[in-house]
Design a protein around this ligand. Sequence first.
Ligand code: ADP
Ligand code: MG
Length: 608
Amino acid sequence: MSQATLFYVANLLVYGGVDAIACLGLSMQFGVAGVSNFGFIVFQAAGAYTAAVLALPRDTANGGFQSYVGGLGLPFPLPWVGSALVGGLIAVPFAILVGRRLTGHVAAIGLLVTAVMANLLVTNFVPFLNGAAGVSVVPQPLQNQANPNGAPYQLGYGIAALLIALAAYLLCRRITESPYGRSLRAMRDNGPVADALGKNLLSLRTAMLVLGGALAGLSGGILVGFITLWSPAAWGYAETIVLFAAVIIGGLGNHKGAVLGALLVPLGFEEATRFIPSSFGTPGLIPALQWVAIGLLIVGFLWFRPQGVIPEPRRRILSRAVATAGGGGGAALLAARPARGAAPPPAGTATPGPGAPAPILATEAIVCSFDGVRAVDGVSIAVQRGGLTGLIGPNGAGKSTLLSILAGTLAPTEGRITYEGRDITDLPAYRRARQGLVRTFQLASEFKRLTVMENLLAAVPDQRGDSFRGAVRGRRYWRRDEALAVEEARGILADFGLEAEGDSYAGDLSGGQRRLVEIMRALMARPSLLLLDEPMAGVHPTLARRIGRRLQSLCAGGLTILLVEHELAFMDEFCDPVIVMAEGRVLDQGTMAALREKAAVVEAYLVG
Ligand code: ADP
Ligand code: MG
């Protein structure tokens, strides 16, 4: 190979490695966790600047031709370490400000605006990082030990970038394929539902912003050590779009896709136009064409192949488990496992007399207004332990709203809620779920791009692998927990007659089957109080009765259920007592037989 070719290859390796590392960070955030960080490039920039000012001498050196903060003159690899640390650290305020107050599209816009502001700030506040001119003559790693202009150094640099990219890939894969990664994907598919199943969304989002930030920062650090300069022009907000394009085109939720995208998109475009003579067209036409091409590619892919070149793999857990384990026994496991619940109530609160057992859940004058309309209007109910309590009422009576308030998905305008003798009115949904207060949703809420099996596993509490640390420790650390959970899920699947669908995407099932997934998933969360919102809608009556009997037997075993249902026959057979709501208020309560005698109840139904 000629010297020129070697340099060219080294250049490709460095840029490929750097882009791959950045795209992996974005792939974790956007592809796996569904966090749209349109300010992603800021993290790479922060890493690059950090590495630069850590490696550079004081800005009075070199005749003081540039001004910047820092200038610590630290030896390699400290600048790289610093770039990853700072990239991760600056994500924390982002996560708290943006993650707590804003979510979804609004958060994405917030991050985009932040990126624009950061760029303006650095451009115009010259003493900070030398303004628009940027920092230059950044010392290169080990430049006193080797000749940075020699081919061996350059190739070595490329290989180092590649090895770091490989390590980043293995780390991202390890996290994604763990129970923690499943929680991230569950959050991506449906945040409120993940919340209701005990996932701490703020913590998950923060972890991904920090991890992605650290990877982006490191990529910036590696890049600046190679090109020796860094300026605001290198990180316009539009650069984020290039990285998004890479991840979308490569394949969302698949790190191989992210790496492929990194090679195809940013690198590919630089290279594709390299051979167009620069005299072609008007000045600035070629870079402009790159942008047009990237835009067209994104649109084209979203239109024709939204899953990208390498789609997210389907995780066939069930068939693997059957192949390795054989025999059943999941149902027995389920029975053996205690429901999780709050610790016993503190002494002094709710001391029931022998004749009056304390209800597991009680509300006190709950009110919920939407723009002045009282959807729930002063509801006080008590749910007795161990029973199947029904909740009926015409459409718009406020049943779903009440359930959302009980589960913490919605905050009440007024009123208090007590669960297991404790006031939980201000407890966030995920913490209620962790105390055994679990709900299902009236509208389809399966995690669509998770298989049925994964939907069930996502709900299992206290899994060893369901934390960042547990995930990083690797499969051996959490394998046993996972195997038990898989067994348990198989038992439930068999109970509900959905064993054949275990490895299907939940989003591909029929409406009735999806209802069942939701009930099964809620059961996997080991509830002590289960709130079911029209669980049998669209389920065949024969199956609905079977499920009713199953729920009844679970109640005999200590579970408490509050269930909204339209089908009065179901109420007749399984629920006692039944609470009747209309226009946000509780109308009456009693056995179905007693309620049928009452004119007001019948009227509410006829009028509703
Ligand atoms: P049900 O489940 O008994 O059919 P809901 O609780 O869904 O009734 O709705 C009760 C009332 O609250 C309805 O009039 C509905 O339009 C209104 N409502 C529910 N959710 C919202 C919301 N997010 N914003 C505004 N109004 C709402
Ligand atoms: Mg409803």
